[in-house]
Design a binder for this molecule. Structure first.
Ligand code: BG6
Length: 373
């Protein structure tokens, strides 16, 4: 009710701007109600719904990579891309935020906003111009293209988990302000798709979790396999598809993996990396996401803030899943020991596609430490 009180004391003049942190509603209905309340006090151009992932340099750089280069966009579609992985995991628990987290869970805390926002940057059409209206129109369009999940898909393509005790950490249920019988998920892995010409049939696998082996946020684009494996009868290994890794954090950068002939007899094709790191751009450190966004708000630039229709479009996609979980209390909630990569069932959602998660190694210092590629 804060906006109504602000109105009462006259703090809603035309020059006022208000930054609203998540959670923006807990489902579609509550988000709509909140939007109405805000709209009764402020104009949409005064409301800055903040999602700090959009303030990250590396998230914005997805737009530069796609739309400031000629070579990526022609292959950025279902003809060349096999599947996309988006991972945002942390090696921390809920850090004294039990009260909040119990009402949220990983789906509301990370997926409905941050991760779907990253997916939008990967999946959106190029805006005609980079300004608030054009950019946010495209975000809404791509959210609206999210293929609604059927109940069968909610069962099969969405895995939720909750961390149990690790070597030196307590279980989620033993955290402060957490119900000892809590069914709140601290891990979600799911498959989503976009119902449009560009992405039809391309799965986007999204995953987030607390108490994982490391903290990393990255997007991995898997290109289709080569059509003909000419070298398969020769000695050595034969990687068959290209991978583009967009490392949002840490060790911010971009890695392209491709096959090259190792020196020597025969044709031993090795997967090698072409690597760009932000550090190589020079002295400028990667800035703080919140600082960037607050500055944008002060400047009156809402481009990187979420518009009311986008919030609703995202909730429209996720609310049926939340309702499904509420209604069906027997939907599995898998335990996973803190410090592991989450429930093995999360691998299952990729099997149908013949894929598996890319688990970055614990110490992300250079590209060679990526395992399981
Ligand atoms: C916040 C979530 O929005 O994002 C936290 O509420 C999460 O649970 C955090 O830890 C992750 O942000 P970052 O920038 O540290 O990856």
């Amino acid at each position: 009710m804060i906006p109504l009180h602000l109105k009462e004391v006259g703090l809603n003049g035309e020059h006022t701007r208000i930054i609203v942190e998540k959670p923006f509603g807990t489902d579609l209905e509550s988000a709509r109600r909140l939007n109405e309340i805000y709209a009764s006090v402020f104009g949409e151009n005064q409301i800055y719904r903040i999602d700090h992932f959009l303030g990250k340099e590396t998230a914005q750089n997805i737009l530069a990579l796609r739309f400031a280069n000629e070579i990526f966009e022609p292959v950025w579609n279902r003809n060349y891309i096999d599947y996309v992985e988006i991972t945002a995991v942390e090696n921390l628990g809920i850090e004294n935020r039990g009260g909040y987290y119990e009402t949220s869970g990983a789906l509301r805390d990370m997926v409905q906003n941050h991760l779907i926002q990253l997916a939008a940057l990967i999946a959106m059409e190029p805006p005609t111009r980079f300004d608030a209206d054009h950019f946010r129109n495209e975000v809404v369009k791509v959210y609206e293209a999210l293929t609604p999940l059927t109940e069968k898909e909610m069962e099969k393509d969405v895995i939720r988990g909750q961390y149990t005790a690790g070597a030196d950490t307590v279980a989620y249920r033993a955290e402060k302000n957490v119900d000892p019988q809590s069914k709140t998920e601290t891990f979600v892995a799911m498959r989503v798709g976009f119902d449009n010409w560009r992405w039809s049939g391309v799965p986007f696998y999204i995953r987030t979790g607390k108490q994982m082996p490391t903290k990393v946020t990255e997007v991995v684009i898997h290109f289709k396999k080569i059509p003909h494996r000419m070298f398969r009868y020769t000695r050595g290994s034969h990687p068959v598809h290209n991978i583009l890794i967009l490392r949002i954090q840490p060790n911010e950068g971009i890695v392209l993996r491709f096959g090259m002939k190792a020196p020597g007899p025969g044709f031993d094709i090795k997967q090698v990396s072409m690597d760009f790191t932000y550090q190589s751009l020079g002295q400028q450190a990667v800035g703080d996401a919140y600082a960037r966004l607050i500055e944008d708000c002060i400047q009156g630039d809402p481009t990187l803030f979420t518009r009311s229709d986008a919030v609703e479009a995202s909730w429209k996609f996720f609310t049926p899943l939340l309702h499904y979980w509420e209604k069906n209390t027997n939907v599995p909630l898998y335990g996973y020991p803190a410090g592991t990569w989450g429930p093995p069932a999360s691998e299952g959602i990729m099997h149908e596609h013949g894929a598996k998660w890319t688990n970055p190694c614990k110490n992300l210092t250079n590209t060679d430490q990526y395992c399981e590629l």
